[in-house]
Structure formats: structure tokens, C-alpha cells
Design a protein around this ligand. Structure first.
Ligand code: ATP
Length: 289
């Protein structure tokens, strides 16, 4: 038996840190949505009782460090499945980029194994299991637009954003989320208007959505990595309707209504940045191709 799952990247329309919790995690509030830049996960059932990871990407670990491996192990252990699986990861999402690539792979493995092994799990059950692997995995199980709270694992679905183009640029540096949180200071932070963003999505108002984007980690990453600031400035100069860093970075994205403007921004980044993508916003659950 053999099946495919799409594992799309996410972007943050907002990212706010509310406070530091006694367990040392940050209490966060984020509006996230899904974009049409995706890894492709191929699952093949094996008779032998092993989990095997394969990928052509040099950035993807092939052992238990891989979040896709951990997802399969957790599914096997939780449901006492005595079968194996081969997981092939076609990596298209840049790694350590703030786009939740690893989390999305793990979520796709959970969705896929639920089908492959006929486990009959609900979306809520899959999201709950995903939270044991990482904070963003629950969101990625839904593949939608949502408000995420807590460590990121409490999900409330929101309407999909108005249709638009997303230009993404990732400088050739990897940023560790942990290092950015270590530098982050909550005092004096300008919090994004999360309620305003939710209202913009509910009204389907593109202009208002663009006005409300905000990420409290952006100034930390920008001050540590000047190349990220340079990309942000360049996108603004080239006429983006909104520009924001996703997650802890270093990927910066632009939102634009017009396709021609998306490609103007894309072209203006040549020479600045090796990895640039123009994709559509998705934001809603898309059935398998
Ligand atoms: P987030 O936005 O959740 O912080 P990210 O986009 O910054 O995620 P990932 O691409 O998920 O980061 O990768 C972060 C680290 O996780 C990498 O250093 C990588 O070695 C490891 N990793 C584990 N599993 C995977 C996977 N399936 N794909 C990519 N990286 C993975």
C-alpha cells in the first residue's frame, strides 16, 4: 500500500508573545495561514516492523531527529501498530526558515498513517498527538488558517485570507528559533493587533489584513541578521502591500494583490537573495491532488 500527502508551509500573519510561563515556555498568540509551497510525503507500507526515512535533501536527517520519524514512531506506539513504513520526503520548503517545514512533514505523516493504517482518528485527535512532537504540528495537521495559542498547540480555525500572492525570500542563513527567543525581551514590545487581524479575515478585507500584520520576533532577528533587514527594505521599495518576517525567520514574505507586482518584487530580489518563491495563499484545507 502506498499513498501521498502534501505538506504545505505556513506563514505567520501575526506572532505575539504574551508572557513567559513558569514552565519556561512563552505563551504565544499567532494567526497563521497555509501557502502553496509544499513538501511531498510518500508513505509505503512495509511488512517489516521498521520506520525508514528517505530524502534527496542533504538538510533532512534520516533518523529519529527527523520530525516525520518521530510522528511515525508516536503513531506506532500509541496505536500499537506492528507494521513498518517507508517515508520519502520530497523537500521543497526551505529548512530552518520559519516556515514550519519539519512540523508540516510530521503532520502529513500523522494524516497519512491515519489513512494507511485505518486508525479512524479525528482531526482533533491527530492535532492532539501532533502537539507531543512540536508546537507547530497541531496547526499543520489542520492545513488551514487559524489562531494558535498556548505554545502554539491550541487551535481555533479562522476564515481563509482574501486571495493574494505571496513572495517569499530566504537569505542563506539558518536561524534557530531558540536563539531568537533567548534574545527576545518582552519589555517595551509593540504587540500586534491580533483581534484586528481576526476581524480583517472575518470581513475578507485585504487592505486591513495588510495593515494588521505584525511579529514581535522580527526586530530581534533583524538586529542580529542585517541581510534580513535588507530583504525587507527591498520588498517594501518594490511595492509590496505588506512585508513581514515569518516565525523566528529568516524568511521574509510580501503579500500582494496583483500577480505583475509579485513578479516585480521577485525580480527586484535577484542579487539580494538566492531563494525566492512566488506562490498563492491557500489557508483552507485542500484535498489531495
Ligand atoms: P519553525 O517555523 O517551526 O521554527 P523552521 O521552518 O524554522 O520551523 P524546520 O525546517 O522545521 O524549521 O527545521 C528546523 C530543524 O529541524 C532543522 O535543523 C532540521 O535539521 C530539523 N528537522 C527535523 N525534521 C525535519 C524535516 N522533516 N524537515 C526539515 N527539517 C527537519
Amino acid at each position: 500500500m502506498h499513498l501521498l500527502e502534501k505538506a504545505p508551509a505556513k506563514i505567520n500573519l501575526t506572532l505575539d508573545v504574551l508572557y513567559k510561563r513558569p514552565d519556561d515556555y512563552h505563551e504565544i498568540e499567532m494567526v497563521m495561514t497555509t501557502i502553496d509551497l509544499a513538501d511531498r510525503i510518500e508513505l509505503t507500507g512495509l511488512k517489516s516492523n521498521i520506520i525508514k526515512i528517505e530524502s534527496e535533501s542533504q538538510f533532512v536527517p534520516s533518523d529519529e531527529r527527523n520530525l516525520a520519524y518521530r510522528a511515525a514512531k508516536l503513531m506506532k506506539d500509541t496505536y500499537k501498530v506492528h507494521k513498518g513504513v517507508k517515508i520519502f520526503i520530497e523537500k521543497n520548503i526551505p529548512v530552518a526558515a520559519g516556515l514550519a517545514g519539519g512540523s508540516s512533514d510530521a503532520a502529513a505523516v500523522i494524516r497519512g498513517l491515519n489513512r494507511l493504517w485505518n486508525l479512524g482518528m479525528s482531526v482533533e485527535e491527530m492535532a492532539g498527538l501532533g502537539a507531543e512532537i512540536g508546537s507547530d504540528v497541531s496547526f499543520c495537521v489542520y492545513n488551514t488558517t487559524a489562531l494558535a495559542r498556548g505554545r502554539g498547540e491550541q487551535i481555533k480555525e479562522l476564515p481563509a485570507p482574501p486571495s493574494c500572492w505571496v513572495v517569499l525570500a530566504k537569505p542563506s542563513i539558518g536561524v534557530s528559533t531558540q536563539s531568537i527567543y533567548q534574545e527576545f525581551k518582552i519589555e517595551g514590545v509593540e504587540h500586534p493587533d491580533t483581534e484586528g487581524m481576526i476581524a480583517a479575515l472575518e470581513e475578507g478585507d485585504f487592505g486591513s489584513m495588510c495593515n494588521k500584520v505584525g511579529n514581535v520576533l522580527e526586530s530581534v532577528t533583524l538586529s542580529m541578521y542585517p541581510e534580513v533587514r535588507q530583504i525587507k527594505n527591498q520588498m517594501e521599495l518594490a511595492g509590496a502591500d505588506a512585508v513581514l518576517m515569518s516565525g523566528s525567520g529568516p524568511t521574509v514574505f510580501s503579500l500582494v494583490r496583483q500577480e505583475s507586482r509579485a513578479y516585480r518584487i521577485y525580480n527586484s530580489l535577484r542579487g539580494f537573495c538566492d531563494e525566492v518563491y512566488v506562490v498563492r495563499m491557500l489557508g483552507y484545507h485542500k484535498p489531495l491532488d
